[in-house]
Design a protein around this ligand. Structure first.
Ligand code: AMP
Length: 188
């Protein structure tokens, strides 16, 4: 089973993706984590994306699509993938479709975590204090939220039209959200 965990920064995508890894053995593919590890390893890709990430802007589609394709190919035994923070543009969603078709796979569900903007600000402020991720600072967070609204939210009607979109109240606590997602997947 292949899933997209969808939502704005701070919605809990990474947290819920990790729960699905623990509970079901799926492979989590987080483009944010891949890009941060490119930066910390000092790679060429890392140097190309560092400024964009620190500014809160999206990195070019070609870069994230190549990373996703590489990581899908690197996990041929996976029983399922959870795409976390990807796709973030319509072009990325089209590219994901193409890669999955090539590999005779498909997306089963897109799970949208619905969280109001004020709660996102509170969560990201807390994460900034606890983890010190530079792009979680309040100014950059506003840029990331605008990128979500302008470039990523158009994927909602795109996936709704494909009959893949499922919405979860992401304001509930972590266990409750995980339970609702589990119910959706068991109905697949
Ligand atoms: P995340 O950890 O998912 O919040 O991603 C952190 C940052 O990495 C984002 O603000 C973007 O700059 C970049 N990024 C992660 N995933 C993508 C993506 N799919 N497309 C473009 N940029 C991305």
């Amino acid at each position: 089973m292949n899933l997209v965990v969808f939502g704005p920064p701070g919605a809990g995508k990474g947290t819920q993706a990790k729960r699905l890894v623990d509970d079901r053995g799926f492979v989590q593919l987080s483009t944010g984590e891949m890009l941060r590890s490119e930066i910390s390893s000092g790679s060429i890709i890392g140097s190309q994306v560092e400024e964009l990430i620190q500014a809160g802007d999206l990195v070019p589609d070609e870069i994230v699509c190549a990373l996703i394709e590489k990581n899908i190919s690197a996990n041929p035994q996976a029983t399922g993938f959870i795409f976390d923070g990807f796709p973030r543009t319509i072009a990325q969603a089209d590219a994901l479709d193409r890669v999955l078709v090539e590999k005779e796979m498909h997306l089963d569900k897109v799970i949208r975590l619905v969280v109001d903007d004020q709660a996102l600000v509170t969560r990201i402020t807390k994460r900034f204090e606890e983890e010190g991720r530079k792009d979680d600072n309040p100014e950059t967070f506003q840029v990331r939220l605008a990128a979500y609204n302008e470039q990523t939210a158009p994927l909602l009607p795109y996936y709704a039209a494909k009959g893949l979109l499922n919405e979860v109240d992401g304001m509930a606590n972590i266990d409750e959200v995980a339970l609702v997602i589990a119910g959706m997947l068991d109905g697949v």
